[in-house]
Structures are given as C-alpha cells and as structure tokens.
Write a protein that binds this ligand. Structure first.
Ligand code: SF4
Length: 462
C-alpha cells in the first residue's frame, strides 16, 4: 500500500464514532443551524419549512458575510472570492447544508469543500479535461434527451438546482454563468418535452428513463405528474427514476411540501398499478449530510413506496477514505437508502483539486467489497470520458499509474472505441509529474500507451 493511500485512510473527514465494536447510527437532533449567527433565533418550525430554506439560500459573498457575521474572517472571504474567479459553478447553498459546515475548520470541512471553492485549493486543470466529459451532448436524441445505451435514456427537463456543487459534471449548462464560463439558462420548459415523450414512444427498446437535470426537486408538482404519467403510460417503459440531491441538502422539502410529495405519491401509485418501478436517486457523499431531518424525510418517502437509491462521487478530501465510505454506506442503508454507485470524479474543468486517481478508487472498491451486504455495496465506476458509459473500476484495458492514464472499452454502448481517463497530475508520483511537464516526452509516452491499449483491446475482441 502506498504512503498516500495510508494517509487517506487515517484521515477520514467523516464523523464515524471510533473505538471498534458495532456501529451506531446517530442522527443529529440538535438545532445545529443556531451556530450560524444569522439564524441564531430561527426556530425548528421555520427551519423545517422548504419555502424558508429556498428564500434564505446563500448565493453570494455578501450572503456568506451576512450569515456568518463575526465567523467570516477576511482570509476566508478573500479565499472564496479568489475561488469564484476560477470555478464554472456559482454559489448556492440551502441554510440546511450551509449550517452542516463546521466553520471553525472551514479549510478541511468536507461539506464546504463540495460547495464553496477556495482559490488557495485550486490546481491547474489537466490538459485533457472537457466541458462535456461524458459526451452527453453528442448522444442527444432530442434537445432534452441523451440516448446512449440500448434500453436506457437520460431525460434532462431542467437546468436549475437548489444548490450548486463545485464538482458538477454538467457545469457547462447548470447553475448560471461565472467568471470563467458563460451558459444559457433554460430552466424547465414543459411545453418543449413533447418531442422527448414522442421519441421514447417510438423507441420500444427504451425501458429505463432517468429524469435528471439540474434537479427534479425544482420541478413543480404538475410537472412531476406530467413526466411521471407520460412515461408510465408508454407500454414499453418499465422503470423511471427521478434524480434529486434534495434529501442531502434540503430534506425538509419532503416533510413540508405536501403538494410535491402528493404528486410523487400519485406517480408511485400509477407505477404500482402498472407493475412499474418508480425510484428516486439521491446524492449523499458523506454522513455529515445526514441528520434527523433526513430520517424524517425518509419516513415520508417510505409511505409513498418510492425506491430510494444513492449515487455518490468520490471526492478528494471529502469521502476518499475507507472508514468514511463504509460508515456513510452503512448509515444510508439503515435509512433504506440503497447505495448504488460511487463514481470516479468526472474530468470536468475546475475540479482537479477534487479528483482522485483510478488507483485510489480501485483500492477503496476492494476494501468495500465484503464489508457490507452485497446489495448495499455501491458499484465503484468510471464513467468513461467521451461517452463510454459506466465501467467497473477494475475493468480497464490498460493502466499506466506513473503518468495516470487508463484505457477503457465499452463493447455494448460503443463497440470498437477506446476511452481514456486521466488521473489528476497533482496526485501522480513525482516521475509522472515530471513527464507531464515535458511536452515531447508525454506525447511519446501517450502514443505508446494508446498503441498498446489498442492492441490489447483488439486481442480481446477477437
Ligand atoms: S445537484 Fe447535481 S446537477 Fe445540481 S449542481 Fe449538484 S451535481 Fe450538478
């Protein structure tokens, strides 16, 4: 085991209780938001109202200063200002997630790290990062539908989210323009969705439809019904899933927005009548995002019968340690949230300080297997850049750890193509970093690697 990996294991940012023995699952019942000066006098009823959460979301530097008052040191503010000049994502945090940050340790806090960029923590982008790393736009069948796999499609009806994550894979379209990225916003235009329903109707191979964005949490109740009914009425569609980070960043949506929950409940009922699955896919990265508000939300969702699964991203300094992943996975499972995927961070701009290497992901995958019941063990995957789709983390064709490049094939989605993932240069061994600094040397090394990968892939095909 390398020293680097050992360090990561010992420095878990999670709040897992130590000491061995059976794990206990504590769900924070304290009024933790009162540690934020602006919300010192906010009572539980107000804090638990989704409208209040939306109205009081923190979206700017003045908003951060106003919320933190004396806790907002000039060093913190100038570091965030410097970060905003480098990131493709704007600031948006709900009061819930803002107050889950331990501000006394903001530099290393795993929640702050996901939502608020610090200029001092950025590293230069890898030369191979791409705006549309997963080539979703290339596989577009309608303006709002990506169709890559034979039986599954990705419906993107909205570009808005209740929070903006620094690591977002759709930073090219989600969350408004920033100093380094201009975007055209379209929100959620339900009149434009008919061509998507029509396309799905005309492609009977499509059984699974993912409804993502943006975030399905910001779809209106009538839009949830419109999408749910239209899709479930198509005889060949068997399963639909709404993707939302809501449970992790605004769980009170599910306990206080009765209309929205009723719409989801109606869609679930229709699904049961038709023997079709309706699922909600959410996105927790650490156990710090889980509190008693989450367990209350899950009680409400359990009543609807919706199946809830979790898709995480492996993020450096957030959850790239075995004990953190293990505890978060177990804690989610205890709430009937099934851990589903753990993604290697996509190769998108402004994120190299957050990415990990394939080697680290592979190590963590090996540790997780056997530590948790199989059906609650997340599949650790690389979403192969360029549109190869999700590949098991150990299924690469070839991997050169020194220069951090791995080759992947995708025989079903894109036969005859090879996809390359590049580890962040700052995580490579010294020799690898030196090679990347020499243009001619890295060019030769990559050419040799790609030639070897092609030979190996060809041998596997025949
Ligand atoms: S909630 Fe999802 S789509 Fe929205 S910013 Fe975060 S990662 Fe991106």
């Amino acid at each position: 085991m390398s020293e680097n990996v050992t360090t990561l294991i010992n420095e878990s940012p999670c709040a897992q209780p130590g000491g061995g023995g059976p794990l206990t699952y504590d769900f924070d019942r304290s009024e933790f938001w009162r540690s934020i000066p602006l919300w010192r006098d906010v009572d539980s009823k107000t804090f638990g109202d989704f409208r209040w959460q939306q109205r009081n979301s923190v979206t700017s530097i003045p908003g951060i200063k106003e919320a933190l008052c004396e806790l907002a040191s000039s060093a913190l503010i100038s570091d965030i200002e410097a970060g905003l000049l480098k990131t493709p994502m704007n600031i948006r945090l709900t009061p819930y997630i803002f107050s889950r940050i331990h501000w006394e340790n903001f530099e290393n806090d795993p929640i702050r790290r996901q939502f608020l960029p610090l200029g001092s923590q950025f590293v230069p982008d890898h030369p191979q990062v791409m705006d549309d790393s997963l080539a979703e736009d290339v596989d577009k069948a309608t303006p709002h539908l990506t169709h890559r796999y034979p039986d599954k499609a990705l419906f993107l009806p909205i570009t808005l989210c209740p929070v903006y994550c620094s690591f977002c894979t759709r930073s090219r379209v989600v969350g408004g323009s920033t100093a380094v990225k201009s975007k055209s916003a379209y929100g959620a235009k339900s009149k434009e969705w008919d061509s998507t329903f029509e396309y799905i109707r005309n492609h009977p191979d499509l059984e699974d439809i993912v409804i993502s964005g943006g975030d399905a949490l910001l779809l209106r109740p009538d839009q949830i019904r419109q999408i749910g009914r239209n899709l479930l009425q198509i005889p060949t569609v068997r399963r639909i899933r709404f993707a939302t980070k809501g449970l992790a960043i605004m769980p009170m949506k599910f306990t206080s927005d009765n209309e929205w929950v009723k719409a989801l409940d109606d869609v679930c009922r229709l699904g049961r009548e038709k023997m079709k699955e309706v699922a909600l896919h959410t996105h927790f990265n650490t156990d710090r995002e889980i509190s008693s508000w989450t367990s209350e939300a899950m009680k409400v969702l359990s009543d609807t019968g919706v199946r809830v699964r979790n898709q995480s991203v492996l993020i450096s300094g957030v959850n790239d340690a075995f004990d953190c992943l293990h505890y978060t996975t177990k804690k989610l499972s205890s709430l009937l949230i099934q851990p589903y995927y753990l993604y290697l961070h996509d190769m998108v701009p402004g994120c190299d300080h957050l990415r990990t290497t394939v080697r680290e992901a592979e190590y963590l995958s090996n540790r997780l297997q056997g530590a948790i019941a199989g059906f609650n063990t997340p599949r650790v995957v690389c979403d192969a850049p360029g549109g190869g789709g999700k590949r098991e983390i150990s299924s690469y064709t070839l991997y050169d750890q020194e220069i951090g490049v791995s080759a992947w094939t995708s025989p079903t989605a894109k036969p005859n193509e090879i996809f390359y993932y590049y580890d962040p240069i700052n995580k490579l061994p010294e020799d690898g970093r030196v090679i990347w600094s020499k243009h001619g040397e890295i060019k030769r090394r990559l050419a040799k690697f790609k030639s070897d990968a092609e030979s190996k892939a060809e041998a596997t095909r025949t």
